[in-house]
Design a protein around this ligand. Structure first.
Ligand SMILES: [Fe+2]
Ligand SMILES: [Fe+2]
Length: 314
């Protein structure tokens, strides 16, 4: 690098740092450090993959929804998740990533998605509990991302968060309905809560002490709170919701701590988390196989779309 090139590089870095320090947005046309770009592509791609794979657990109940009304609600919700994936892939493309490459990396297991979607949905109560707990955790994670330093990501998150909030309410409404039903229906809700509570706490990622990238992401203002801060906020929010529903959260250590003014909760099984993240969860293979089959079956659609676009352009 020549002296002039080095000096202008330094100027660009200073401008970037000042933009971040003033809480202004970085836009795709702006210069950015390569590590910032890479971190964002990885995070946004992982987020997009999670939205797309996240359609599967609930999609499993579309053909077996107990009423036309529940089917219509669930269809709308699953379709929203596809839309979230699309906004996010588009945001990643503004950073120079290619959507086809990202999809390939998901299918090959080179990029991850949220480990929560590797658990099965055993009853229709799971649809309600996913809306309540999983979409609830997604909201806790994603609302601060509306202020993320990268413009296209932050703007995508505004709309996504509005839709997630609808998802959470439909889940809660479904559960209230079941809880007002028969003992068997209430038992279904409790059973689903028992199965989803701990995995939903894992959605916030490893404990801060074990999360090496958190500090850099916070310095870049991609992330605004640590994993443990968000997890605590989520626990504090969920306890009164569980009480309103009349279900018990499966954690005997859960109690209000008057000194901390937060709920204390039990130890998370991080060994289980690592096992599921590394591909050994109950549904990992099935989720990827399903995604691959959908991708293969959609090949003719992509070909036709490209041919149509070429014809329009000529
Ligand atoms: Fe979503
Ligand atoms: Fe959602």
């Amino acid at each position: 690098m020549t002296a002039t090139a080095a000096a202008s590089q330094e100027e660009l870095q200073e401008h970037f740092d000042a933009t971040i320090a003033h809480d202004r947005r970085i836009e795709p046309r702006d210069w950015m450090p390569e590590a910032y770009r890479k971190t964002l592509v990885r995070q946004i791609a992982q987020h997009a993959h999670s939205e797309i794979i996240g359609m599967q657990p609930e999609g499993n109940w579309l053909t077996r929804a107990p009423s036309l009304r529940r089917k219509a609600i669930l269809l709308a919700k699953v379709q929203d998740e596809a839309g979230h994936g699309m906004y996010l892939y588009s945001a990643a493309e503004t950073l120079g990533a290619d959507r086809a490459d990202l999809t390939q990396m998901l299918i090959d297991g080179r990029q991850k998605y949220s480990s929560i979607f590797n658990y099965p949905t055993l009853t229709f109560a799971d649809v309600g509990v996913i809306g309540w707990l999983v979409d609830g955790a997604a909201i806790a994670n994603q609302v601060p991302l509306c202020r993320s330093s990268f413009g296209p990501y932050a703007r995508a998150m505004v709309r996504i968060c509005k839709e997630e909030s609808f998802h959470q309410r439909q889940g809660f409404e479904l559960l209230m309905h079941l809880m007002a039903g028969t003992p068997a229906q209430r038992e279904m809700v409790q059973d689903a809560t028992n199965r989803w509570w701990w995995p939903s706490l894992m959605m916030f990622g490893p404990p801060d002490a074990d999360s090496p990238n958190t500090q850099q992401s916070m310095a870049w203002r991609i992330k605004r709170h640590t994993n443990d801060e968000l997890r605590q906020r989520y626990v504090d929010m969920s306890v009164p919701q569980a009480a309103a529903l009349g279900v018990t959260l499966p954690d005997p250590e859960l109690r209000w701590n008057t000194d901390r003014e937060h709920y204390d909760f039990g130890e998370i099984d991080w060994a289980d988390f690592k096992r599921v993240v590394s591909g050994q969860g109950p549904c990992n293979a099935e989720r990827i196989a399903h995604r691959k089959a959908a991708h293969d079956e959609g090949e003719w659609v992509r070909e036709a779309a490209v041919a149509y676009a070429a014809k329009q352009a000529s």
